[in-house]
Design a protein around this ligand. Structure first.
Ligand code: HEM
Length: 543
């Protein structure tokens, strides 16, 4: 009897929680700022019943987006990708209206407000100020490109170590590795070489803390999407303990380094004679301090603040770069063997001619550049990119004359653009050298012919070049500033791997699995073996 009663009360409590959850979630769904009903909605439609069905349609977003693109974007019309599982409805902007969108100031369409909402800035990044005022983004925009030469020479030292640590030195037998796992281990150390320098980027405990932090963010973000807003302060605060803990673990390594660095920089500035020969390291720590001091942002020059800002940059860099590398590796290993051979030949030739990794050499690696860019196109890692939130109280009016209210979310249809047969010939095919053929032809031209060639068009097909039809790094003034780093990092990783390891071809590409608007990378195993001597250009490359 006692057992039955407690079972009953357990059921009552569970029932009450479930009822509250469903009611509060639906209440939230219908009370967040909705796009105007005058424009077309994909999914099951607009009303209460349709919205509830949309909410639970976990695997439909890709299908809806592709359909909306064909039906509306191609006719220069906006449409709504409906809310699913707590992810807000997005107004999808057609290509022809993108320049209008990019021209809007941040005080009208805000990148940081959209990011703050999507990444749950109240809870995920140690303290809300980190995303509310994303000064770290400004620091990277301002410093990364001008420090590329130093970054390349740092990466040249780090890439062989990272690859060897993960892929091993076994020259006798094949080692089976999982592709995403390989890059999720390699990318954190290379990213942190740029952020915090050579010591910490090889410190396993620090890297573990950083990686755990990024996983905490994804967990908190996902759970909060599923929960009613009313309980976010409670659950969010509890969940945020994990990321705070991992930040604290990372800060045990970063804070002493940052404090010492700031002391060194101050002594150097004070012309301390002991520092005559000291050269300041070119990493995010130095950039943050120098930029903050030059701009009078003393709050941003504090060691604790710099240590916290390292975390969102790791978040921005690790999964995006690993997924891009995962897709490229899979595409290259499943392509015709001549592709890998051609990439090896280029890497070998450029390294020989340049005598090592240089900015000029890397910019001459047209085939590798193209293979990565083409992989980004043929295997997009997100359905929509470039989220902007309407932040003017009076809302905005789109070029079609539609009034969009304060708080609505806008985005661009990256996957449909990437796979659009009207923009790319043979769009479904991974054509590794799609973008490099014309560049190689140009390089082989006689000087008089070169003068007449359309070089601007050639430059528009480089890995780091964004456009309204190529959005993997976004486009416009908020385009990813990390892409200049990624481009060199990935070229060096692949070149090093291809020259020093043999690979068995991949018989079958892993299937794509999309949940709501995200691609979940499925396990892909490949076999690698360290070569006795680095590839020299004559033999068949793929075993
Ligand atoms: C393959 C790897 C990467 C991909 C695919 C990628 C993609 C993107 C995309 C789509 C955006 C949003 C652009 C927009 O909203 O208009 C972005 C922004 C950003 N990314 Fe990356 N990213 C990558 C690597 C990195 C790395 C390594 C860093 C580290 C330095 C980085 C730092 C940033 C920052 C700071 C922003 C914000 C820029 C702003 O809003 O002004 N990203 N990235």
């Amino acid at each position: 009897m006692v057992g039955d009663e407690s079972l009953l009360s357990l059921r009552v409590v569970a029932g009450a929680i479930a009822t509250y959850w469903v009611t509060a979630t639906l209440y939230h769904l219908f009370n967040t700022q909705q796009p105007p009903t005058s424009i077309p909605w994909l999914g099951y439609g607009k009303g209460w019943v349709a919205s509830s069905r949309n909410f639970f349609a976990l695997t439909k977003s890709k299908e809806w987006l592709l359909a909306g693109y064909e039906k509306y974007s191609k006719k220069n019309k906006i449409f709504v990708l409906p809310a699913t599982l707590g992810m807000r409805a997005e107004i999808v902007i057609p290509r022809a209206q993108m320049s209008w969108m990019f021209d809007q100031p941040d005080s009208v369409l805000s990148t940081s407000a959209a990011r703050y909402e999507i990444l749950q800035g109240d809870y995920c990044f140690v303290e809300p100020i980190i995303l509310r005022d994303p000064y770290h983004e400004h620091v990277v925009h301002k410093n990364l490109v001008r420090n590329l030469n130093a970054i390349i020479s740092d990466l040249a030292k780090e890439v062989p170590v990272a690859v060897q640590t993960i892929c091993g030195m076994d020259m006798e037998s094949w080692t089976k590795v999982e592709v995403m796992d390989v890059f999720m281990k390699m990318i954190p150390s290379l990213t942190n070489r740029m952020l915090v320098g050579p010591t910490l980027c090889r410190e396993p405990k620090y890297l573990d803390a950083v990686l755990s932090f990024t996983t905490d963010v994804i967990r908190t973000q996902t759970i909060l999407f599923l929960l009613p807003k009313a309980i976010h302060p409670l659950v969010g605060s509890l969940l945020s303990l994990a990321s705070k803990y991992h930040y604290w673990l990372s800060s045990r390594f970063t804070l002493p380094l940052i404090r010492k660095r700031l002391e060194d920089l101050r002594k150097k500035d004070a012309e301390d004679s002991e520092y005559n020969a000291w050269e300041e390291p070119h990493d995010f720590v130095t950039w943050s301090y120098r930029t903050a001091m030059a701009e009078g942002r003393l709050d941003e020059a504090l060691p604790v603040r710099i240590a916290k800002r390292i975390m969102p940059l790791n978040f921005a860099a690790i999964h995006t770069t690993s997924l891009t590398a995962y897709e490229t590796m899979i595409n290259v290993l499943s392509a015709d063997p001549s592709v890998i051979e051609s990439l090896r030949e280029e890497a070998y030739r450029v390294l020989q001619e340049e005598g090592g990794w240089t900015k000029q050499g890397l910019s001459r690696m047209h085939r590798m550049d193209s293979a990565i860019r083409e992989s980004q196109r043929a295997s997009p890692i997100a359905l929509t990119f470039i989220h902007r939130k309407v932040v003017t109280k009076e809302g905005i009016v789109t070029p079609e004359g539609v009034h969009v209210k304060y708080g609505a979310l806008l985005s661009c249809p990256w996957t449909p653009l990437a796979l659009d047969g009207d923009i790319h010939t043979d769009a479904a095919k991974f054509d590794a050298f799609r973008y490099s053929r014309a560049r190689e032809e140009y390089d082989a031209m006689k000087p008089e012919k070169k003068e007449k060639a359309d070089t601007l068009k050639l430059k528009q097909t480089g890995l780091v070049t964004t456009s309204d039809s190529h959005l993997p790094f976004g486009h416009g003034r908020h385009a990813c500033p990390g892409r200049f780093f990624v481009s060199h990092e990935l070229k060096m990783i692949f070149a090093h791997m291809l020259l020093n390891y043999d690979f068995k071809p991949l018989e079958e590409k892993p299937k794509k699995f999309w949940v709501v608007r995200f691609q979940v990378p499925l396990a892909a195993y490949i076999e690698v073996k360290r070569r006795r001597t680095a590839w020299q250009g004559t033999e068949r490359a793929l075993v």
